[in-house]
Design a protein around this ligand. Structure first.
Ligand code: SF4
Ligand code: SF4
Length: 468
């Protein structure tokens, strides 16, 4: 298509959708992607049932603002850390994309994995390869066609229901999901509505939108043009080796082709027919390319059959193609990988070194200091402890840096799992340990003898001139 930059491959001149029928692909990259997809699908569907210290592996409950990552619960108080983790994540994505291109899209994105490894394979199974699908769509409505189409869409709908429920489980947790399924429907109108909506959205994506989800909806795809540069590893056509393209005539040797100014591309369009986004990679890196490697496999197969080396389409940087190099590990790639690794370590470090509790100590509203009969001064505080874990935590408070005493008013503090507890605390200091006006003090928060964190607060006393 000569005007490929003017409109997308899946729309005609009038902007009407051109339905794609990508051909079945076989090859080493497809085999590797299939194996990886089994692992990813297993993790995706089993994920909501995995528990770490009694917490889900991942929970993104935006409704109740409850987030769990790798079994670590994030509270609204953790938002600063959450923001840091988000920054690490975004920086990681930028660096990863600048170095490795859309490796994520082609190999691990749930949209690609589900579309190409589940829905597309089922479609091939029911309707056949691309030419059979075309023929079926053009054929008049017969009993056989109705059966095939109805069967396919029923299976797609059922699968979308499972995917929608899996997503819901990542949002509200498996316990709540089972409650919605088993309880009186009238009590879970919201949950059931979400379930139906998710199912319909996934059905629409996998049965109709397909590649349009990557081209029009996904923001990551649209960011590519700003993140890629000439050193980024992309799925690329080696135009130096391939051009001038032209059909291979019977009996024509490649020496003769070279002499006539032709390259290795025999213009068979096999790379185009397998592309799930309908583009021609020979036109260069394009926004629609999800780096699924189907064109690499298709072209390698052609090269094998015509006795030319594989890799006319391959993973390469544009600079690498310019210089005619195979993919190699450059210092830039090593540098980016080290930074990525360091960011991942930082994220895990932040995640696992958080305190189990979050304590706030504030002087009781409106209360001033008091002078006790023994000459010491006292301040009253309100202490709130948030338990970020899913186990009960008994709390002891100790004065860390001053001569004095700390007394919890009322019952000892025991914070229920994922809840908070509030109590009043009386702190008394010796006048000798006090500074005029305000004295900074440290309060240690302990549980069963282990210090969880230390909090700083102020102790108010008389100014110098009023002290006895
Ligand atoms: S599959 Fe290879 S040889 Fe055939 S058109 Fe594509 S790039 Fe050229
Ligand atoms: S151009 Fe190749 S890698 Fe890109 S989407 Fe199409 S088949 Fe996949």
């Amino acid at each position: 298509m000569s005007d490929f930059r003017d409109h997308i491959a899946t729309a005609d001149q009038e902007g009407r959708r051109q339905w794609l029928y990508p051909r079945k692909v076989r090859g080493r990259f497809f085999r590797a992607r299939t194996l990886l997809s089994w692992l990813l699908l297993a993790v995706m569907f089993v994920g909501p049932f995995i528990r770490i210290n009694g917490n889900p592996l991942l929970l993104v409950n935006v409704v109740e603002r409850k987030f769990v990552i790798l079994g670590q619960i994030f509270w609204p108080q953790d938002m600063i850390m959450f923001a840091v983790a988000l920054l690490v994540f975004i920086t990681g994505i930028i660096i990863f994309t600048a170095a490795y291109g859309r490796l994520w899209c082609g190999w691990t994105c749930p949209q690609t994995v589900l579309m190409e490894m589940v829905f597309r394979k089922l479609e091939y199974l029911i309707e056949g390869d691309s030419h059979q699908q075309r023929a079926l769509d053009k054929a008049p409505w017969t009993g056989g066609k109705v059966l095939k189409k109805a069967g396919k869409h029923a299976i797609f709908f059922g699968l979308s229901f499972i995917i929608g429920n899996t997503l819901l489980a990542y949002i509200i947790g498996t316990e709540q999901l089972f409650q919605i399924v088993t309880d009186d429907p009238a009590k879970h109108v919201q949950g059931l509505t979400a379930m139906i909506l998710f199912t319909l959205v996934f059905y629409a994506i996998f049965a109709r939108f397909r590649e349009q989800a990557c081209t029009f909806i996904c923001p990551y795809g649209r960011l590519q043009s700003t993140l890629l540069d000439e050193n980024t590893i992309v799925v690329a056509y080696d135009y130096k080796r391939g051009e001038q393209r032209g059909p291979l005539r019977r009996g024509q040797s490649f020496e003769l082709r070279r002499a006539a100014g032709s390259g290795d591309c025999i213009a068979c369009r096999q790379c185009v027919t397998v592309c799930p986004t309908g583009i021609d990679i020979r036109n260069g890196t394009q926004m629609e390319c999800v780096h699924c490697t189907a064109c690499i496999d298709a072209c390698d197969d052609v090269m094998d059959r015509i006795g030319r080396p594989r890799g006319l389409i391959r993973y390469a940087s544009l600079n690498g193609i310019e210089r005619g190099e195979r993919l190699k590990v450059t210092p830039r790639l090593v540098g980016y990988t080290v930074v990525l690794f360091a960011l991942a370590v930082l994220f895990v470090f932040l995640l696992f070194t958080r305190s189990d509790v979050q304590t706030t100590i504030l002087r009781a509203q409106g209360a001033l200091f008091q002078k006790m009969p023994d000459g010491r001064y006292s301040n009253l505080y309100t202490v709130r402890v948030v338990n970020k874990t899913s186990r009960e935590i008994p709390i002891e408070l100790k004065l860390e840096n001053s001569t004095g005493s700390l007394q919890v008013m009322g019952q000892p503090i025991v914070v229920p799992p994922q809840k908070s507890a509030e109590t009043s605390v009386l702190i008394e200091l010796d006048p000798a340990a006090m500074k005029p006006g305000a004295t900074p003090i440290l309060v240690g928060v302990y549980s069963q003898g282990r210090r969880l964190e230390t909090r700083k607060t102020g102790f108010i006393g008389p100014r110098d001139d009023t002290r006895p």
